[in-house]
Design a protein around this ligand. Structure first.
Ligand code: FES
Length: 164
């Protein structure tokens, strides 16, 4: 797992590299191939760290700066991996007015990461999301899809402790 900010090493396998090179070989002479190549790369690795972007650049002769620009512009691309436990806080209106922003900040401070990042040990990643259809339980957070509702920021340490 890699977190660019924390510098956790990239751990791609030789099989993943072969799969990426095959995909590039098949796609690269097609017009507008960069997006499909990047989508395929994300499918193979689960995210698009700089190491994977560099491989794409080397194989396609597309400048790394351009690939990085595309990767950061489109929200479909993740530059960091998801953690073993994916924590997602709903920042939709109903949750926000009931304090989900405080819950999000509490998670940031306890985990030492912010939106879209993961902890250096690869255990937790943190994201925000829009309404997940559980407004009656607002404010809501989810861990790997398990919903916790009617929360206060002080409940966050106990929820995290379940996954330690
Ligand atoms: S706004 Fe959060 S579940 Fe609807």
């Amino acid at each position: 797992m890699t977190c660019i900010k924390q510098g956790v090493p990239f751990q791609g396998t030789a099989e993943q590299e072969v799969a990426l090179k095959e995909a590039i070989f098949l796609l690269k002479d097609t017009k507008g191939s960069l997006m499909p190549i990047m989508q395929k790369a994300q499918e193979i690795y689960g995210y698009l760290p700089i190491e994977v972007q560099t491989m794409i650049s080397d194989e396609t002769d597309i400048p790394l700066e351009k690939i990085y620009g595309v990767a950061t512009f489109y929200s479909q691309f993740a530059l960091q991996p998801k953690g073993k436990y994916q924590v997602s806080v709903c920042l939709g209106t109903a949750c926000y007015v009931k304090g989900s922003g405080d819950i999000f900040h509490k998670l940031e401070s306890l985990l030492g990461i912010t939106n879209g990042e993961c902890t250096p040990d690869g255990k937790f990643s943190l994201d925000s999301c829009r309404c997940v259809g559980a407004c009656g339980l607002a404010p809501v957070l989810m861990v790997n899809g398990e919903v916790y509702g009617r929360l206060a920021a002080d409940d966050v340490p106990d929820i995290l402790a379940k996954y330690e």
